[in-house]
Design a protein around this ligand. Structure first.
Ligand code: NAP
Ligand code: MG
Length: 403
């Protein structure tokens, strides 16, 4: 065999938990190490090691990502009460994704992988739709109260000198409820820059939508910040790339999305992104085919699969049963990260390798070889359901033909 592909800058590798940790190793052994002289800085974010390091490893991995610019992450357990018991944890460690996102100040972009045979529920969708969700504030950092009858509710803002600004919410004659929301200009600006950068990278149009006709200060602020940053920093770049940024009302956006053929990025406020990403993911067919990348406003990238650790399959695996777990989104996290590393380091061999590995993966599924979750959905006439490892071996056969 010819020489292995060299990497210049280390890629930050964040290992994870359960079935995806098993898949992680298989991908490296079968599809990466034979071809690439893997230069990674390894961080074990598996729950045992997070416990052993008191979660320091998660913070270290995020700082390393800031330093080198590109990371690839395996799915990880976010501990709940059951996990605290199962893993005998000294603390209910926070979600690694939350910790990493806070340090990188990034936005998450989710994109489905399309293959022939898995038809979106919306038949006009021919190209992927990427959802970008603002991950700070609004209803996720709210303050709520239940209000009794005959009470007055006001918004009060106190300036440093003690001056108060008040605004009436409601004079309650009968009982009711209130909710206080906030967001921060800085966070909205970061979100906007991440979206503009991602659109330039993907060479796709960017859509942004809120309800600014009703929310004339709050949602309008989002619209204004996006506009100001676009006009000042991105308009020319977008013109040169032949792509467009446009703002519309959220209800108009929903109608347009459904009628579109895809191929753009849809930026959403926090709640809209939560709801719409589940809608778009389901409509495209499979969570196991959804990729995810965290992009910081200063251009740092962390790639992962959108799904979790596939716990149920892992317990079967532990009992020695064969599983048919879909590795495609995890594999595309690797190819996304390797391609970005190659682009930044100017190593076209690495970029080509990543492209070919994606091609081989899609070819495998379109040849009718797939894991159980896809076999249930695929409309191909001749299809074979294979186990987790066989799928990767089949991808490798096609990869060898492409290289
Ligand atoms: P999940 O791991 O995404 O799995 C939910 C179900 O979806 C699975 O049981 C499986 O259905 C199906 N599925 C998901 N990915 C699949 C794949 N690659 N191949 C085949 N089927 C797949 O979500 P969860 O069970 O709610 O969460 C498990 C753990 O993952 C939790 O501890 C959670 O904290 C963590 N999690 C991590 C991340 C992350 O790190 N980004 C994200 C979400 C959840 P069937 O069992 O019916 O086959
Ligand atoms: Mg949700």
């Amino acid at each position: 065999m010819s020489e292995k592909i060299k990497m210049i800058t280390p890629l930050v590798e964040m290992d994870g938990d359960e079935m995806t940790r098993v898949i992680w190793k298989m991908i490296k052994d079968i599809l990466l190490k034979p071809y690439v002289d893997l230069n990674t800085e390894y961080y074990d974010l598996g729950l045992e090691h997070r416990e052993a390091t008191k979660d320091k490893v998660t913070f270290d991995s995020a700082y390393a990502t800031k330093k080198y610019g590109v990371a690839v992450k395996c799915a990880t357990i976010t501990p709940n009460a059951a996990r605290v018991k199962e893993y005998n944890l000294s603390e209910m460690w926070k979600s690694p994704n939350g910790t990493i996102r806070a340090i990188l100040d990034g936005t998450v972009f989710r994109t489905p992988i399309l293959v022939k045979g898995i038809t979106p529920f919306i038949p006009t969708w021919k190209k992927p739709i990427t959802i970008a969700r603002h991950a700070y504030g609004d209803v996720y950092k709210n303050t709520e109260m239940v209000v009794d009858a005959n009470c007055k509710a006001e918004l009060v803002v106190t300036a440093p000198d003690g001056t108060e600004t008040r605004s009436l919410i409601q004079e309650f004659k009968t009982p009711g409820i209130i909710q206080g929301l906030h967001n921060i200009d800085k966070s909205i600006s970061s979100f906007a820059r991440s979206c503009f950068n991602f659109a330039l990278d993907a060479k796709q149009d960017l859509w942004f939508a809120t309800k600014d006709t009703i929310s004339k200060k709050y949602d309008h602020r989002f619209k204004d910040i996006f506009n100001e940053i676009f006009e000042a920093e991105y308009k020319e770049k977008f013109d040169n790339a032949g792509i467009e940024y446009f703002y519309t009302l959220i209800d108009d956006a929903v109608a347009r999305v459904v009628r579109s053929d895809g191929g753009y990025i849809w930026a959403c406020k926090n709640y809209d992104g939560d709801v719409m990403s589940d809608m778009v993911a389901t409509a495209f067919g499979s969570l196991a085919m959804m990729t995810s990348v965290l992009v910081s406003p200063d251009g740092v990238y962390e790639y992962e699969a959108a799904h979790g650790t596939v716990q149920r399959h892992y317990y079967k695996y532990l009992k020695g049963e064969t599983t048919s777990t879909n590795s495609v989104a995890t594999l595309f996290a690797w190819t996304g990260a390797l391609r970005k590393r190659g682009e930044l380091d100017n190593t076209p061999d690495l970029v080509n390798f990543a492209n070919n590995l994606e091609k081989a993966t899609i070819q495998t599924i379109e040849d009718g070889v797939m894991t159980g979750d896809l076999a249930l959905l695929s409309t191909l006439e001749n299809k074979t359901k294979v186990d987790t490892e066989t799928f990767l071996l089949e991808v490798n056969k096609r990869l060898q033909n492409l290289l």
